[in-house]
Design a protein around this ligand. Structure first.
Ligand SMILES: Cc1ncc(COP(=O)(O)O)c(C=O)c1O
Length: 409
């Protein structure tokens, strides 16, 4: 006898909503008050610089450069690593569009490598196949807080001279062989938008151990202005083209309070994830992602896959949702960036279909990353959030087991 599914009128496994308390509290208010009372919010000196120092020591890097978003962080990092017009940058089409926008903003060419279905992450073997004389950089996207195989990518970098940029937008405080993600490659780019492990509403930062990369990143996010007092008004040399991506004291105040919460938050996510692995790992046809050797994720909703034959993935998802479970089937907002209108038509400008010359001769085969499509068609994401109570997690596990018993047996 199996329990009657909520889909068929039975009682829900999760009858109450998930616990999602406000992520901002007294700690942020105290820091914001201090920032406002200081009378100086504009960066990059003052509280912004102090916050960058705290980030650098937490993540174990020499330089941290705060910016206004994860997209800005990746754009700034790629620029500081020397990526220029016509260079190829290899990444995965299963990422946020910000990763790809950062490449295109430099008139560099995004090249898409497939993912490894076991780890659900960019596959070093697929990347190797796509390296050409024009490849300048590889962006390893640590999706869902899961570390990529950094030994393999650093070996590719050593062999070919290609730079490695870690996209850590979803992976704050995840580690690989004891090192924080973002501190391993030539640079790292982080987002602090509101879906991330730490947030300032929007925001981001660039991590690097290289002094020159840090120096250029710092100039690039601030229109190249020199602000150490050595240059008078009227005397700025403006050595190269740059933008204004400066974070301000409000970002830094909230960010500093959020950074203090990060270790506890990641520990809670790890505890929830390990319950899913322990208590759902035996279910037939349910595949949980493999963690690369030496990796310690900081976790997002887990990209589990339904691999069974007894019913369809969509029927499984419908049944889980009817039980009251928060289950998503998207790995990123656009799922497979290869299939977007922008990439397929190489649409760079909104009001003209003129393709800029750097991009004109590039051809994108929408079927060239089949593992991304396979993952999208089979993924059943298990919810992870540090705010969940033990009861939320108990009910989620019970709901998955109930649906499996009823549909898959
Ligand atoms: C993997 C990944 N890269 C880049 C970004 C871009 O970050 P942002 O939204 O802060 O620009 C995001 C966030 O959405 C992301 O998840």
């Amino acid at each position: 006898m199996t329990d009657k599914l909520a889909l068929h009128g039975g009682p829900q496994a999760k009858p109450t909503p998930y616990t999602l308390t406000n992520r901002y509290g007294e700690e942020e208010i105290v820091e914001l008050r201090k920032a406002l009372e200081s009378g100086k919010l504009m960066g990059p000196a003052g509280i912004v610089e102090e916050f960058e120092g705290e980030l650098a020591s937490f993540f174990g890097v020499r330089h941290m450069v705060t910016v206004t978003s994860g997209t800005a962080a990746l754009h700034t990092a790629l620029c500081a690593l020397g990526v220029a017009e016509g260079d190829e940058v290899i990444t995965t089409p299963m990422t946020d569009i910000g990763t790809v926008a950062a490449i295109l903003a430099l008139h560099a060419i995004p090249v898409f490598a497939d993912i490894d279905l076991d780890t659900r992450l960019i596959d070093p073997a697929s990347v190797s196949e796509r390296i050409t004389a024009k490849t300048k950089c590889i962006i390893t996207v640590h999706m869902s807080g899961m570390p990529c195989d950094m030994d393999a990518f650093m070996a590719i970098g050593d062999e070919t001279g290609v730079m490695i940029l870690e996209d850590c937008a979803q992976a704050h405080a995840a580690t690989y062989k004891g090192r924080m993600l973002g501190s391993i490659g030539d640079a790292g780019g982080f987002s602090m938008n509101e879906s991330k492990q730490m947030t300032t509403g929007d925001g981001g930062f660039v991590a690097t151990n290289d002094d020159e990369t840090g120096r250029i990143a710092s100039l690039f996010r601030d229109k190249t202005y020199i602000r150490d007092g050595s240059v008078g008004r009227g005397g700025q040399p403006i050595p190269f083209f740059a933008l204004n991506y400066r974070a301000n004291g409000l970002h830094a105040a909230v960010g500093r309070a959020q950074l203090a919460k990060l270790p506890g938050l990641v520990a809670r996510r790890r505890a929830i994830a390990s319950r899913y692995y322990d208590e759902l790992g035996d279910l037939e046809g349910l595949s949980l992602p493999n963690i690369v050797e030496g990796g310690d994720p900081s976790w997002w909703p887990i990209a589990a896959r339904y691999m069974g034959k007894k019913t369809s993935r969509d029927d499984v998802v419908d049944a889980l949702r009817a039980e009251g479970l928060t289950i998503s089937t998207g790995m990123s907002p656009a799922n497979n960036i290869l299939r977007t209108q922008m990439v397929q038509s190489k649409r760079y400008y909104p009001l003209t279909d003129e393709v800029p010359s750097f991009w004109r001769d590039v051809v994108y085969d929408p079927d060239s990353c089949p593992n991304v499509d396979q993952l999208q068609d089979s993924v059943v994401r298990l919810p992870v959030d540090e705010r969940y109570t033990d009861e939320d997690v108990d009910q989620t596990i019970a709901g998955v087991r109930k649906v499996w018993a009823a549909l898959i047996g």
